[in-house]
Design a protein around this ligand. Structure first.
Ligand code: NAP
Length: 555
């Protein structure tokens, strides 16, 4: 019997609190991971700092929060019964509905019994002799596990900016990424929203309907495409469901971003002005992320990109009545799509409301927060509530909060001090048996997250089963494989326009964070094939070995 098998108790946690796998996080990644591990007969414990499942959808409860990938696609595909039975109400489901879906999945597969909520993983230390991890949690306990899977999410570490005086503000301060569970009513209040990324752009139109006055503090204007959200009819749902086999196959194998859509076969400069404008107009009217799929070179060729950027800038000028406000709202310092494109409902039109003002903090930066006002160099704007839509320490932020120690006591934070380094985005050399789900170096945030989550979880659980069948207990990325992968990830990114933007993809939104392009931009289908080939070659680029039997922790 392999050491591995000695730990596993047919899906039951061992009395000694030794598990085959500890999973960190119970969002969509952690939930599916648990489901697959159970299916392999492995014991798993999931720790989740929130009070329930849902991950990003548990925390991001701000007004207007909804998905920017169509819900019929932003949903699990692993069980056809599940996708056939769940009824999405709208093209882009609102946050409460996505959270309800997460809860439904937890109920359907009885996941909660193996999830410990309201518990953080504080530390994970690898024992090289036992080939296992010792995992310490915020409830003061320590368990051991052969493997640790980080399902910590890429946008889960909300970032509160270091603005002078913020702590002394007398009104309520909210962060979009950490919104209260009880309803927030801004009726009659003077509200400030700081930040105009996807979260701010979704929240602004809804808050504007309640607030007596809303001031939007914009440092960088962003490109946004209308969502054209609408209720889904039973016929539309049915049509989707019938096509699911092809839609899901395409999203996994052929799409660049895990979304089923037409693949463009022309570049933007291959069409004349009128034809091009008509194509953009059609995409604008259809709405959503696939605007960027109008042509095949918008992410690659600046001249091509400019045509799409000009089109959106013209639209902003058409929608926004005050020319000065329109000009400020027109993005002009990055190629369209090189920052995550935003998807909105009436964002630009909201600036035509008499109770909404745009404050340009690029030219007149915020100096400090006073007890009842935001003070810029030029003026003081009195407010009752502050909404920080200031984003996240993306992709690495939540991992960095855990004290992870691999071989020879090296911490992951030390290793990633110059930026994250992984092989395939799945493992980092020096940290055996530590898997990262949708980590840096994988398509991750550039894709429909659920497609990428399912791919990673399937790959990881298949890999663990493969090792078990061969009596292997330890797996680690080889240094040279990792180095080559990191170079490849950088090289592919450099061939695109993405590095031209100061985006969170680059770590540029966090002062002092090393700036490298973190996700893999080679495409979801290409990446899946690479991962499959690696597995087919006996997990090429990884070292695998057998260990002494894992000692059970004293009961
Ligand atoms: P974000 O894109 O990072 O935007 C943060 C905003 O806050 C930016 O406008 C930024 O300005 C501003 N900001 C940050 N620090 C500031 C400071 N000290 N002073 C003034 N302004 C400051 O964050 P996000 O909007 O939360 O979105 C993050 C990602 O989450 C998205 O890109 C998307 O992938 C995901 N998301 C998705 C959805 C969806 O599915 N619909 C919704 C929300 C979020 P600068 O640009 O100048 O730094």
């Amino acid at each position: 019997m392999s050491a591995f098998q000695s730990v596993s108790g047919k899906g039951q946690p061992a009395a000694t609190e030794a598990y085959d796998v500890v999973v960190v996080g119970a969002g969509f990644a952690g939930m599916y991971m648990l489901h697959r591990l159970r299916g392999q007969g492995l014991s798993a414990r999931v720790y989740e700092q929130g009070g329930d499942v849902g991950g990003t959808w548990y925390w991001n409860r701000y007004p207007g929060a909804r998905c920017d990938v169509e819900s019929m696609q932003y949903s699990y595909s692993f069980d056809d019964e599940l996708q056939q039975e769940w009824d999405w109400s709208e093209r882009y489901a609102p946050q409460p509905e996505i959270l309800k879906y997460a809860g439904h999945v937890a109920d359907r597969y009885q996941l909660r019994s193996d999830i410990q909520f309201n518990t953080r993983v504080d530390r994970a230390v690898f024992d090289d002799n036992a080939k296992s991890w010792s995992v310490a949690t915020s409830d003061g306990k320590t368990v051991t596990a052969r493997y640790v899977a980080l399902a910590t999410g890429c946008l889960s570490n909300a970032r509160v900016p270091d603005i002078k005086g913020l702590a002394g503000f007398k009104g309520k301060v909210y962060h979009t990424g950490h919104w209260p569970h009880e309803p927030v009513d801004f009726t009659g209040q003077r509200v400030a929203v700081i930040g105009t990324g996807s979260s701010g752009i979704q929240a602004v139109p809804v808050i504007a309907e309640q607030a007596s006055h809303l001031t939007v503090f914009q440092r960088t204007a962003n490109f946004s495409i209308p969502a054209r959200n609408a209720a889904l009819t039973a016929e539309e749902r049915e049509a989707f469901r019938k096509k699911y086999p092809e839609i899901r196959r395409f999203a996994r194998e052929e799409a660049r971003n895990g979304i089923y859509t037409e693949l463009p076969d022309r570049g933007a400069l291959d069409d004349g002005d009128n034809e091009r404008r008509a194509k953009y107009e059609a995409r604008w009217n259809r709405g959503g992320l696939t605007f960027m799929a109008a042509y095949n070179n918008l992410a690659l060729d600046k001249a091509a990109n400019d045509t799409a950027a000009d089109f959106v800038r013209d639209k902003i000028a058409e929608i926004v009545e005050d020319p000065q406000t329109a000009k400020l709202l027109q993005p002009n310092n990055h190629p369209i799509g090189s920052k995550r494109i935003c998807i909105d409902t009436d964002y630009f039109a909201t600036f035509n409301r008499p109770n909404v003002t745009l404050a340009d903090i690029k030219s007149d930066p915020i100096q400090e927060i006073l007890p009842h006002a935001v003070r810029t160099a030029g003026r003081e704007i009195e407010v009752d509530a502050l909404v920080l839509a200031t984003g996240f320490d993306a992709m690495t932020g939540s991992v960095a909060k855990i004290d992870i120690r691999g071989r020879h006591g090296q911490t992951l934070n030390q290793k990633w001090a110059e930026g994250p380094r992984t092989y395939l985005g799945l493992m980092s050399a020096g940290f055996p048996n530590l898997f990262i789900i949708t980590g840096p170096g994988s398509p991750s945030v550039l894709s429909n997250m659920i497609v990428s989550i399912e791919q990673h979880v399937d790959w990881i659980t298949d890999c663990i089963a493969w090792m078990r069948d061969r009596g292997l207990d330890s797996m680690e990325a080889k240094q040279d494989a990792e180095d080559k992968w990191v170079s490849h990830v950088n090289e592919v990114a450099q061939g695109t326009l993405y590095p031209q933007a100061n985006s969170w993809y680059m770590g540029a939104n966090i002062p002092g964070k090393p700036q490298i392009f973190m996700p893999y931009i080679g495409g979801v289908g290409v990446y899946r094939q690479i991962c499959n080939d690696v597995a087919a070659k006996g997990y090429e680029g990884f070292n695998m070995e057998a260990a002494e039997p894992l000692k059970r922790a004293a009961s």
